[in-house]
Ligand binder design. Structure first.
Ligand SMILES: Cc1cc2nc3c(=O)[nH]c(=O)nc-3n(C[C@H](O)[C@H](O)[C@H](O)COP(=O)(O)OP(=O)(O)OC[C@H]3O[C@@H](n4cnc5c(N)ncnc54)[C@H](O)[C@@H]3O)c2cc1C
Length: 445
């Protein structure tokens, strides 16, 4: 008897599971697989805007290939020759304090020269090897940093890392779920320093993108699976049926033997509300931080000196709306034409929910002022982009561990229903592709 798998949501998670399921069932004629996306095009958060020779990334800039899932996907799609690796400049990173840049240390010597930390704070950080292993899985990133390495490291290293990666608040986000690698280093080696030495030969991964930007991955997936994708169709709700689900989308309905909801937590909550209001309630408990992304294009001549590197992050205690600035064209030079410089300014995040509501003009002013004050640029940009994400990134906060396990337990009441998106098991794009592959392997018809 023929079977139908329906995927709701065409972000990278939904598209990747579609790809692997179609591959798995390529020689099976009685399996139909369909993806329903509410927007006119797929991609979700992954979005490359190409204009006047510039590639502006509104969403992810790159992915870390620490697990092979995205590389293998690229290979499947015939995109290997279009994969790009971040330039070595990417290893030079800064934090910004009172508009001055301080290069983050890469060696013990540079650590001792790192000015923002006092001598006592540096000694405290080294004493980390003597700190006993933590016992509290509910610790926040800031609490963890303070306990293991001292407040200086929490404030100048971990706090900006949280705002740069998750647009989040280090005092609120749970360490174990937000940075599972750091958590397991402590659990396994009793010490981060010892763990890092032990893992030195381990694979930390390279930062990668595609010749035509991250959007190229989406365009190739969309092209290859066009006959399975329906866009412009918003799913309203699902109801259980014998051995499957009824899916309502406006006046249209579908039946699925296996249903994958690959939509953000708040959208998933609306979809499952009629079927299981409790599940919907727990999904709504996951908050999202907003973020505004601005791209600014200057000529090289507008800079007195071009600072080398990946970019900088701002620790949040100064209260600035700017989370950080990426030197995009130094990381991936092909993103802008010769003689130009592309910078990406990130604003808002969990600590500044008001930023997203500011006018375009106000936001461009804040971003340009930042570049003028910190990087000493003169004059106006040659081109500028803006993209606002009202609900950008799910926050694995203090309440998250309980919410996570409740959602996973509740799902056991609903066989053949699967939740797959960045609010579960990792925010990074590479986590999304790895989780999608694992789900495709697990679903057996
Ligand atoms: C600004 C920004 C920068 C980032 N930078 C990086 C980075 O540099 N590196 C990295 O690894 N990660 C980065 N991330 C994280 C990563 O991009 C995301 O976690 C990932 O793309 C999420 O993919 P997803 O498929 O899970 O969800 P989404 O991309 O949110 O896709 C969900 C899809 O579901 C659709 N949908 C919603 N409701 C319905 C409905 N009712 N019916 C039908 N369809 C529906 C949506 O339209 C959307 O297409 C960044 C994220 C943001 C926002």
């Amino acid at each position: 008897m023929s079977k139908t798998i329906i995927i709701v949501g065409g972000g990278i998670s939904g598209l990747t599971v579609l790809h692997h399921l179609r591959k798995k069932h390529a020689n099976t004629h009685d399996v139909a697989i369909k993806l329903l996306e509410m927007e006119d095009s797929v991609g979700g958060t992954v979005r490359t805007i190409r204009r006047n020779g510039t590639q502006f990334e509104a969403g992810p800039n790159a992915f870390l290939d620490s697990k092979p899932s995205t590389l293998e996907l690229a290979q499947d799609l015939g995109l290997e020759s279009d994969l790009t690796v971040a330039s070595t400049e990417n290893k030079i990173r800064y934090i910004c304090l009172e508009n001055n840049l301080y290069q983050l240390p890469k060696s013990p010597i540079s650590f001792f020269r790192f000015k923002p930390l006092t001598f006592i704070e540096k000694l405290r950080a080294i004493m980390e090897v003597c700190v006993p292993r933590g016992q509290n899985p509910n610790e926040t990133v800031y609490e963890f940093g303070t306990r293991r390495l001292g407040e200086g490291i929490a404030k100048y290293f971990l706090d900006p890392l949280v705002s740069g990666i998750c647009a989040g608040d280090s005092h609120e986000l749970n360490l174990q779920f937000t940075f599972p690698t750091i958590y397991s280093l402590e659990q396994k080696h009793n010490s981060l320093i010892r763990g890092m030495f032990a893992n030195k030969k381990g694979k930390s991964g390279q930062l990668r993108s595609f010749k035509h930007g991250m959007g190229q991955l989406i365009e190739k997936l969309a092209q290859q699976h066009a006959d399975s994708i329906v866009t412009g169709i918003m799913v309203d709700r699902v109801l259980p049926q014998k051995n499957g689900y009824d899916i309502q989308a406006g006046q249209t309905s579908f039946f699925a033997d296996e249903l994958i909801l690959s939509t953000p937590a708040f959208a998933t909550a609306n979809i499952v509300n009629a079927m299981n209001p409790d599940l919907a309630k727990h999904l709504r408990e996951i908050p999202y931080a907003s973020i505004t992304v601005v791209g600014l294009v200057y000529t090289v001549e507008q800079f007195k000196t071009l600072i080398r590197g990946f970019g900088y992050l701002r620790p949040t205690h100064e209260g600035k709306e700017i989370l950080g600035v990426l030197f995009s064209s130094q990381i991936f030079p092909s993103r802008v034409s010769q003689g130009k410089v592309l910078l990406q300014v990130l604003l808002g995040g969990a600590k500044h929910p008001q930023t997203i509501r500011k006018s375009e003009e106000e936001i461009f002013d804040i971003a340009q002022e930042e570049i003028k004050n910190v990087l000493g640029v003169t004059g106006h940009p040659q081109d500028q982009f803006i993209f606002r994400w009202g609900k950008a990134i799910p926050q694995y906060n203090r309440a998250y561990p309980k919410t996570y396990s409740t959602i996973k337990n509740t799902l056991q009441q609903h066989p053949h229903l699967h939740l797959l998106a960045n609010y579960l098991d990792g925010i990074a794009l590479n986590d999304c592709t790895a989780n999608a592959k694992a789900l495709a392997d697990k679903i057996n018809l």
